[in-house]
Ligand binder design. Structure first.
Ligand SMILES: NC(=O)c1ccc[n+]([C@@H]2O[C@H](COP(=O)([O-])OP(=O)(O)OC[C@H]3O[C@@H](n4cnc5c(N)ncnc54)[C@H](OP(=O)(O)O)[C@@H]3O)[C@@H](O)[C@H]2O)c1
Length: 347
């Protein structure tokens, strides 16, 4: 199956996706009978269309060297992506443009237009999911398009999949988590004497921090992930207005050191419990599961009625696992859930 694909946003996440598509193309064909034919690309400069398909490795190389879509064959100046999808027979969109929590930005416009035309959408961009999940789900249902967004929460951690697919007849009673690797890394680094600004700079260098780091350190990114989890796993319909949000900017090195002497750590924790939703720095005993989420790790606890208490964590230092989640979502849309046939222990 050859999937005509549009890659929207060519930043850290989708460049990792291009690297995966390039490295794993044989494997995807062998295990799942699927290949991704990149017909359309878009960045801040505009959109380019190539009927013969863009080579992902070449795309990655040129984009990493500073090229824009204007430097590629098939550049279309000042034409919105959404107006070009149908006429180019696009089947799937990988959407990873910058998050816009006010209007949804290009991500929401493109997702809407695609789903209306029966084109499947895989999102890493949280904006459309936070602002319009119900609307997008209704559109997808009406046209039969696929809509998946597991990369929007905790990168490679399949928390959305576990909650939606693997807890049949179960209720989730309580959720707690560390959903933002940048703020978690900063707090850990501060505990070892590194300054707040040096730690943030390192997160930015690795492409983990948001383009606007206030989203990370002021708790908004964590709150958005909590909203996505609640609305997609608990059938909630909450917005940012329902979440009490406090970030880490008032947490000082002295506070961290004082708590360390008492056997505690300070973590930015999201919580959904009995209809209350909040994000705030919390003092936790060193033995707490979330205290064990160190540095580049994110973690989530799902307390359920019949599946026990689930504890998951992920180490993600660069956005490759996030990109891999996008690939996983696309494969689930087009071929369903299949066990890979050629997996073995390597390394
Ligand atoms: N980084 C992570 O670890 C991570 C994890 C999970 C989710 N996400 C989400 O994934 C998305 C992308 O993150 P990122 O780290 O890859 O961001 P990024 O490095 O800042 O890249 C954003 C990309 O979007 C392009 N862009 C800007 N405006 C656009 C527009 N109007 N239409 C199409 N493309 C446009 C940019 O173009 P130029 O190349 O021309 O600048 C750039 O290629 C964000 O929504 C983020 O919240 C990120």
């Amino acid at each position: 199956m050859k999937i005509k694909t549009a890659v929207i946003g060519l930043g850290h996440v989708n460049r990792c996706l291009l690297a995966i598509l390039s490295a794993k193309s044989d494997r995807l064909l062998r295990d799942h009978g699927i290949s991704f034919d990149i017909k359309m690309i878009a960045d801040s400069r505009g959109v380019a269309i190539n009927a013969d398909g863009f080579n992902p490795a070449e795309l990655l190389l040129r984009k990493s060297a500073g090229a824009t879509t204007a430097d590629f064959v098939g550049f279309r100046d000042a034409v919105p992506v959404e107006s070009l999808l149908g006429e180019n027979g696009i089947d799937l969109i990988f959407e990873a443009s910058p998050v816009d929590l006010r209007t949804g930005g290009p991500g929401l416009r493109v997702a809407r237009a695609a789903l209306q035309q029966g084109i499947s959408v895989v999102l890493a961009n949280k904006g459309p999911v936070v602002l319009a999940l119900r609307e997008l789900q209704a559109l997808a249902e009406r046209t039969g398009a696929g809509l998946k967004f597991s990369a929007t929460v905790c990168g490679g951690l399949p928390v959305i999949n576990i909650g939606r697919r693997d807890m049949i007849a179960g209720d989730i009673l309580r959720i707690r988590g560390i959903f933002n690797a940048t703020s978690n890394f900063i707090l850990d680094e501060m505990a070892t004497g590194v300054s707040y600004s040096d730690a943030l700079a390192e997160a930015q260098r690795r492409g983990i921090a948001e383009a606007n780091p206030s989203l990370d350190v002021d708790g908004w990114d964590t709150a958005n992930k909590l909203i996505i989890i609640v609305n997609s796993l608990l059938d909630g319909d909450i917005t940012l207005a329902d979440v009490d949000v406090t970030g880490i900017s008032d947490v000082s090195a002295e506070m961290i050191a004082t708590e360390a002497e008492r056997g505690n750590v300070i973590k930015l924790v999201a919580s959904a419990n009995r209809g209350r939703f909040d994000v705030a720095p919390r003092i936790l005993p060193r033995t707490d599961f979330l205290s064990q989420c160190r540095g580049w790790e994110m973690g989530v606890e799902l307390h359920t009625d019949i599946y026990g208490k689930n504890y998951y964590k992920l180490w993600e230092r660069e956005p490759t696992p996030t990109a891999a989640s996008m690939l996983r979502d696309a494969v689930h849309i087009f071929v369903g859930f299949q066990r890979p046939t050629s997996r073995s222990l390597v390394g």
